[in-house]
Design a protein around this ligand. Structure first.
Ligand SMILES: N[C@@H](CCC(=O)N[C@@H](CS)C(=O)NCC(=O)O)C(=O)O
Length: 340
Protein backbone atom coordinates (compact mmCIF):
# COMPACT_ATOMS: atom_id res chain seq x y z
CA UNK A 1 0.00 0.00 0.00
CA UNK A 2 1.33 3.46 -0.88
CA UNK A 3 2.53 5.32 2.18
CA UNK A 4 0.74 8.53 3.07
CA UNK A 5 2.17 11.28 5.23
CA UNK A 6 0.19 14.38 6.08
CA UNK A 7 2.36 17.28 7.23
CA UNK A 8 0.83 20.13 9.21
CA UNK A 9 1.17 22.35 12.26
CA UNK A 10 -0.23 21.15 15.62
CA UNK A 11 -3.57 22.66 14.60
CA UNK A 12 -6.82 21.53 13.02
CA UNK A 13 -7.32 24.39 10.57
CA UNK A 14 -6.48 23.32 7.00
CA UNK A 15 -5.56 19.68 7.68
CA UNK A 16 -8.32 18.39 9.89
CA UNK A 17 -10.85 17.36 7.23
CA UNK A 18 -8.12 15.25 5.57
CA UNK A 19 -7.31 13.66 8.95
CA UNK A 20 -11.00 12.91 9.59
CA UNK A 21 -11.34 11.26 6.16
CA UNK A 22 -8.30 9.06 6.79
CA UNK A 23 -9.48 8.07 10.28
CA UNK A 24 -13.02 7.31 9.06
CA UNK A 25 -11.57 5.12 6.29
CA UNK A 26 -9.14 3.53 8.81
CA UNK A 27 -6.41 4.22 6.30
CA UNK A 28 -2.88 3.92 7.62
CA UNK A 29 -1.12 7.27 7.47
CA UNK A 30 1.50 9.30 9.26
CA UNK A 31 0.15 12.44 10.92
CA UNK A 32 3.39 14.41 10.84
CA UNK A 33 3.17 17.40 13.20
CA UNK A 34 5.41 20.27 12.14
CA UNK A 35 6.42 22.29 15.19
CA UNK A 36 6.33 26.07 14.77
CA UNK A 37 10.00 26.32 15.67
CA UNK A 38 10.91 23.94 12.80
CA UNK A 39 8.76 25.69 10.20
CA UNK A 40 11.25 28.36 8.92
CA UNK A 41 13.79 25.66 8.05
CA UNK A 42 11.16 23.41 6.45
CA UNK A 43 9.25 26.10 4.53
CA UNK A 44 11.63 26.36 1.50
CA UNK A 45 11.42 22.59 1.04
CA UNK A 46 7.61 22.46 0.80
CA UNK A 47 5.78 22.54 -2.56
CA UNK A 48 4.34 26.07 -2.10
CA UNK A 49 6.01 27.37 1.05
CA UNK A 50 2.92 26.51 3.08
CA UNK A 51 1.27 23.74 5.08
CA UNK A 52 -0.35 21.30 4.77
CA UNK A 53 1.44 19.14 2.23
CA UNK A 54 0.88 15.49 1.50
CA UNK A 55 3.47 12.84 0.72
CA UNK A 56 2.09 10.02 -1.41
CA UNK A 57 4.84 7.46 -1.86
CA UNK A 58 7.77 9.53 -3.12
CA UNK A 59 5.63 12.39 -4.50
CA UNK A 60 4.71 15.56 -2.62
CA UNK A 61 1.60 17.74 -3.03
CA UNK A 62 0.32 21.00 -1.53
CA UNK A 63 -3.03 22.83 -1.18
CA UNK A 64 -5.34 21.65 1.57
CA UNK A 65 -8.55 21.34 -0.42
CA UNK A 66 -6.91 19.35 -3.24
CA UNK A 67 -5.37 17.06 -0.60
CA UNK A 68 -8.67 16.45 1.24
CA UNK A 69 -10.50 15.88 -2.08
CA UNK A 70 -7.87 13.42 -3.31
CA UNK A 71 -7.97 11.42 -0.07
CA UNK A 72 -11.79 11.41 0.02
CA UNK A 73 -11.90 10.13 -3.58
CA UNK A 74 -9.32 7.47 -2.73
CA UNK A 75 -11.49 6.08 0.11
CA UNK A 76 -14.87 6.52 -1.57
CA UNK A 77 -16.03 9.53 0.43
CA UNK A 78 -16.50 12.00 -2.37
CA UNK A 79 -20.20 11.41 -3.11
CA UNK A 80 -21.68 9.21 -5.79
CA UNK A 81 -21.78 11.59 -8.74
CA UNK A 82 -20.06 14.49 -10.38
CA UNK A 83 -22.83 16.70 -9.00
CA UNK A 84 -22.12 15.41 -5.47
CA UNK A 85 -18.46 16.33 -6.05
CA UNK A 86 -19.52 19.85 -7.04
CA UNK A 87 -21.60 20.14 -3.84
CA UNK A 88 -18.69 18.93 -1.72
CA UNK A 89 -16.31 21.40 -3.37
CA UNK A 90 -18.61 24.41 -2.93
CA UNK A 91 -18.90 23.51 0.76
CA UNK A 92 -15.15 23.11 0.96
CA UNK A 93 -14.57 26.58 -0.47
CA UNK A 94 -17.26 28.08 1.73
CA UNK A 95 -15.47 26.71 4.78
CA UNK A 96 -12.14 28.04 3.42
CA UNK A 97 -13.73 31.52 3.21
CA UNK A 98 -14.63 31.26 6.91
CA UNK A 99 -11.12 30.40 8.10
CA UNK A 100 -9.50 33.88 7.77
CA UNK A 101 -12.19 35.51 9.94
CA UNK A 102 -11.68 32.92 12.70
CA UNK A 103 -7.91 33.17 12.47
CA UNK A 104 -7.92 37.00 12.48
CA UNK A 105 -10.12 37.07 15.60
CA UNK A 106 -7.73 34.69 17.32
CA UNK A 107 -4.47 36.29 16.18
CA UNK A 108 -5.32 39.89 17.05
CA UNK A 109 -3.06 41.02 19.91
CA UNK A 110 -4.89 44.26 20.72
CA UNK A 111 -7.67 43.32 23.14
CA UNK A 112 -10.04 46.08 21.98
CA UNK A 113 -9.67 45.08 18.31
CA UNK A 114 -9.95 41.42 19.27
CA UNK A 115 -13.27 42.08 21.01
CA UNK A 116 -14.52 43.93 17.91
CA UNK A 117 -13.45 41.08 15.61
CA UNK A 118 -15.10 38.47 17.83
CA UNK A 119 -18.27 40.56 17.98
CA UNK A 120 -18.30 40.73 14.18
CA UNK A 121 -17.61 36.98 14.00
CA UNK A 122 -20.58 36.13 16.20
CA UNK A 123 -22.97 38.78 14.91
CA UNK A 124 -22.40 38.49 11.16
CA UNK A 125 -19.78 35.94 10.01
CA UNK A 126 -20.94 32.81 11.89
CA UNK A 127 -24.65 33.41 11.27
CA UNK A 128 -23.91 33.82 7.56
CA UNK A 129 -21.66 30.74 7.13
CA UNK A 130 -23.36 28.40 9.59
CA UNK A 131 -26.66 29.54 8.10
CA UNK A 132 -25.42 28.35 4.67
CA UNK A 133 -24.27 25.04 6.19
CA UNK A 134 -27.69 24.54 7.80
CA UNK A 135 -29.56 25.34 4.59
CA UNK A 136 -27.39 23.03 2.41
CA UNK A 137 -27.75 20.12 4.86
CA UNK A 138 -31.52 20.54 5.09
CA UNK A 139 -31.84 20.71 1.28
CA UNK A 140 -29.81 17.50 0.86
CA UNK A 141 -31.60 15.63 3.64
CA UNK A 142 -34.97 16.59 2.19
CA UNK A 143 -33.88 15.40 -1.23
CA UNK A 144 -32.17 12.16 -0.19
CA UNK A 145 -34.09 11.37 3.00
CA UNK A 146 -30.71 10.71 4.67
CA UNK A 147 -28.74 12.10 7.61
CA UNK A 148 -25.87 13.24 5.44
CA UNK A 149 -24.70 16.59 4.09
CA UNK A 150 -24.24 15.56 0.45
CA UNK A 151 -25.86 12.53 -1.22
CA UNK A 152 -26.99 9.56 0.81
CA UNK A 153 -23.74 8.45 2.35
CA UNK A 154 -20.93 9.69 4.53
CA UNK A 155 -18.61 12.01 2.61
CA UNK A 156 -15.97 14.71 2.96
CA UNK A 157 -18.90 17.16 3.18
CA UNK A 158 -19.88 15.82 6.61
CA UNK A 159 -16.32 16.29 7.89
CA UNK A 160 -16.30 19.85 6.51
CA UNK A 161 -19.47 20.61 8.49
CA UNK A 162 -17.98 18.97 11.59
CA UNK A 163 -14.63 20.72 11.58
CA UNK A 164 -16.02 23.97 10.10
CA UNK A 165 -18.09 24.38 13.29
CA UNK A 166 -15.62 22.85 15.76
CA UNK A 167 -14.10 26.16 16.94
CA UNK A 168 -17.58 27.56 17.39
CA UNK A 169 -18.60 24.44 19.32
CA UNK A 170 -15.50 24.73 21.56
CA UNK A 171 -16.00 28.41 22.28
CA UNK A 172 -19.77 28.84 22.35
CA UNK A 173 -21.68 25.55 21.95
CA UNK A 174 -25.02 27.23 22.71
CA UNK A 175 -24.68 29.16 19.46
CA UNK A 176 -25.27 25.94 17.52
CA UNK A 177 -28.65 25.41 19.20
CA UNK A 178 -30.07 27.64 16.47
CA UNK A 179 -28.74 25.22 13.80
CA UNK A 180 -30.21 21.76 14.50
CA UNK A 181 -29.22 20.21 11.17
CA UNK A 182 -25.58 21.21 11.74
CA UNK A 183 -25.75 19.81 15.27
CA UNK A 184 -27.21 16.53 14.01
CA UNK A 185 -24.44 16.13 11.41
CA UNK A 186 -21.85 16.90 14.08
CA UNK A 187 -23.33 14.24 16.36
CA UNK A 188 -23.42 11.71 13.49
CA UNK A 189 -19.76 12.36 12.54
CA UNK A 190 -18.62 12.11 16.16
CA UNK A 191 -19.93 8.52 16.24
CA UNK A 192 -18.33 7.31 13.01
CA UNK A 193 -16.11 4.32 13.72
CA UNK A 194 -12.48 5.44 13.47
CA UNK A 195 -13.41 9.10 13.95
CA UNK A 196 -14.86 8.37 17.40
CA UNK A 197 -11.62 6.77 18.59
CA UNK A 198 -9.55 9.57 17.03
CA UNK A 199 -11.63 12.29 18.74
CA UNK A 200 -11.31 10.51 22.08
CA UNK A 201 -7.52 10.68 22.00
CA UNK A 202 -7.13 13.86 19.94
CA UNK A 203 -5.53 16.70 21.90
CA UNK A 204 -7.54 19.87 22.04
CA UNK A 205 -6.58 21.66 18.84
CA UNK A 206 -8.02 25.04 18.05
CA UNK A 207 -8.49 26.09 14.46
CA UNK A 208 -5.30 28.12 14.60
CA UNK A 209 -4.82 28.88 18.29
CA UNK A 210 -1.37 27.87 19.36
CA UNK A 211 -1.95 28.84 22.99
CA UNK A 212 -4.90 26.53 23.35
CA UNK A 213 -3.16 23.70 21.56
CA UNK A 214 -2.09 20.86 23.83
CA UNK A 215 0.47 19.69 21.29
CA UNK A 216 2.14 23.04 21.76
CA UNK A 217 2.20 22.67 25.53
CA UNK A 218 3.47 19.10 25.26
CA UNK A 219 6.37 20.40 23.18
CA UNK A 220 6.96 23.21 25.65
CA UNK A 221 7.00 20.64 28.48
CA UNK A 222 9.47 18.55 26.50
CA UNK A 223 11.63 21.69 26.07
CA UNK A 224 11.51 22.36 29.81
CA UNK A 225 12.49 18.77 30.61
CA UNK A 226 15.35 19.02 28.09
CA UNK A 227 16.59 22.25 29.70
CA UNK A 228 16.41 20.69 33.19
CA UNK A 229 18.35 17.62 31.98
CA UNK A 230 21.00 19.85 30.36
CA UNK A 231 21.33 21.96 33.53
CA UNK A 232 21.70 18.82 35.69
CA UNK A 233 24.34 17.40 33.32
CA UNK A 234 26.25 20.71 33.30
CA UNK A 235 26.13 20.90 37.14
CA UNK A 236 27.37 17.29 37.47
CA UNK A 237 30.20 17.95 35.00
CA UNK A 238 31.13 21.12 36.90
CA UNK A 239 31.15 19.23 40.22
CA UNK A 240 33.41 16.55 38.69
CA UNK A 241 35.73 19.25 37.31
CA UNK A 242 35.84 21.06 40.67
CA UNK A 243 36.66 17.77 42.44
CA UNK A 244 39.46 17.11 39.95
CA UNK A 245 40.80 20.63 40.50
CA UNK A 246 40.68 20.07 44.29
CA UNK A 247 42.65 16.82 43.87
CA UNK A 248 45.27 18.63 41.74
CA UNK A 249 45.47 21.47 44.29
CA UNK A 250 45.99 18.95 47.14
CA UNK A 251 48.81 17.26 45.19
CA UNK A 252 50.45 20.63 44.44
CA UNK A 253 50.17 21.65 48.12
CA UNK A 254 51.79 18.34 49.17
CA UNK A 255 54.66 18.89 46.73
CA UNK A 256 55.15 22.46 47.97
CA UNK A 257 55.18 21.30 51.63
CA UNK A 258 57.75 18.57 50.86
CA UNK A 259 59.96 21.05 48.97
CA UNK A 260 59.75 23.60 51.81
CA UNK A 261 60.63 20.94 54.43
CA UNK A 262 63.61 19.74 52.35
CA UNK A 263 64.85 23.32 51.86
CA UNK A 264 64.50 24.08 55.60
CA UNK A 265 66.36 20.87 56.56
CA UNK A 266 69.15 21.63 54.05
CA UNK A 267 69.45 25.22 55.33
CA UNK A 268 69.56 24.05 58.98
CA UNK A 269 72.19 21.40 58.17
CA UNK A 270 74.29 23.95 56.25
CA UNK A 271 74.02 26.47 59.12
CA UNK A 272 74.97 23.82 61.70
CA UNK A 273 77.93 22.66 59.59
CA UNK A 274 79.10 26.26 59.10
CA UNK A 275 78.75 26.98 62.83
CA UNK A 276 80.68 23.79 63.71
CA UNK A 277 83.42 24.67 61.20
CA UNK A 278 83.66 28.21 62.58
CA UNK A 279 83.82 26.92 66.18
CA UNK A 280 86.46 24.33 65.24
CA UNK A 281 88.51 26.95 63.37
CA UNK A 282 88.30 29.36 66.31
CA UNK A 283 89.26 26.57 68.73
CA UNK A 284 92.19 25.54 66.53
CA UNK A 285 93.34 29.15 66.25
CA UNK A 286 93.09 29.67 70.04
CA UNK A 287 94.87 26.41 70.73
CA UNK A 288 97.56 27.32 68.21
CA UNK A 289 98.06 30.75 69.81
CA UNK A 290 98.18 29.19 73.28
CA UNK A 291 100.62 26.52 72.05
CA UNK A 292 102.81 29.14 70.39
CA UNK A 293 102.74 31.26 73.58
CA UNK A 294 103.61 28.23 75.72
CA UNK A 295 106.37 27.26 73.35
CA UNK A 296 107.77 30.79 73.47
CA UNK A 297 107.63 30.79 77.30
CA UNK A 298 109.35 27.43 77.43
CA UNK A 299 111.98 28.57 74.94
CA UNK A 300 112.54 31.81 76.89
CA UNK A 301 112.84 29.87 80.17
CA UNK A 302 115.31 27.46 78.67
CA UNK A 303 117.34 30.36 77.24
CA UNK A 304 117.23 32.23 80.58
CA UNK A 305 118.32 29.17 82.58
CA UNK A 306 121.16 28.63 80.21
CA UNK A 307 122.20 32.24 80.55
CA UNK A 308 121.89 32.42 84.43
CA UNK A 309 123.07 28.88 85.11
CA UNK A 310 121.37 28.73 88.52
CA UNK A 311 117.99 28.77 90.26
CA UNK A 312 116.86 32.09 92.05
CA UNK A 313 116.87 31.78 95.84
CA UNK A 314 115.03 34.87 97.18
CA UNK A 315 111.64 36.31 96.20
CA UNK A 316 113.25 39.48 94.82
CA UNK A 317 115.57 37.31 92.66
CA UNK A 318 112.56 35.32 91.44
CA UNK A 319 110.75 38.59 90.51
CA UNK A 320 113.84 39.81 88.69
CA UNK A 321 114.18 36.49 86.92
CA UNK A 322 110.49 36.65 85.89
CA UNK A 323 110.92 40.21 84.58
CA UNK A 324 113.87 39.11 82.52
CA UNK A 325 111.96 36.16 81.15
CA UNK A 326 109.09 38.41 80.26
CA UNK A 327 111.35 40.99 78.68
CA UNK A 328 112.77 38.28 76.39
CA UNK A 329 109.29 37.31 75.17
CA UNK A 330 108.08 38.69 71.78
CA UNK A 331 106.06 41.89 72.17
CA UNK A 332 102.72 40.41 70.89
CA UNK A 333 102.81 37.71 73.61
CA UNK A 334 103.55 40.18 76.30
CA UNK A 335 100.71 42.56 75.41
CA UNK A 336 98.09 40.25 73.81
CA UNK A 337 98.55 36.94 75.64
CA UNK A 338 99.91 37.88 79.09
CA UNK A 339 98.33 41.34 78.97
CA UNK A 340 101.48 43.04 80.33
N1 LIG B 1 -4.18 27.71 -0.01
C1 LIG B 1 -3.28 27.06 0.90
C2 LIG B 1 -3.07 27.95 2.08
C3 LIG B 1 -2.03 27.35 2.96
C4 LIG B 1 -1.73 28.20 4.17
O1 LIG B 1 -1.91 29.44 4.19
N2 LIG B 1 -1.21 27.55 5.20
C5 LIG B 1 -0.80 28.23 6.40
C6 LIG B 1 -1.24 27.45 7.60
S1 LIG B 1 -2.98 27.24 7.66
C7 LIG B 1 0.71 28.30 6.41
O2 LIG B 1 1.39 27.47 5.84
N3 LIG B 1 1.27 29.32 7.09
C8 LIG B 1 2.70 29.47 7.30
C9 LIG B 1 3.34 30.28 6.23
O3 LIG B 1 2.70 30.72 5.28
O4 LIG B 1 4.56 30.51 6.38
C10 LIG B 1 -3.91 25.73 1.34
O5 LIG B 1 -5.12 25.62 1.39
O6 LIG B 1 -3.15 24.80 1.58
Amino acid sequence: MTTIKLNYFPLRCRAETARLVLHAAKRDFEDKIVQFADWPALKPNTPFGSLPYLEVGDEVFGQSMAIASYLAREVGMYGSSNLDALKIEQLQQLREDLIPSEVDAWKEADETKKTELRKKLYETIYPRFVGHFERLIKENQARTKSEFTVGDKLSLADFIIFDGTETLNQQNPAFLDGYPAVKAVRAMVAKVDGVKQYLEKRPFMAVCARKSCQHYYVIKLVDVVAVVVIVVVVVVVLIILVMKVVVVVVVVVKIVVVVVVVVVVVVVVVVVVVVVIVVVVIAVVVLAVVAVAAAVVVVALVAFNKEEGRRPSTISEKKKQLKKIISKMPLFIRYKTLNI
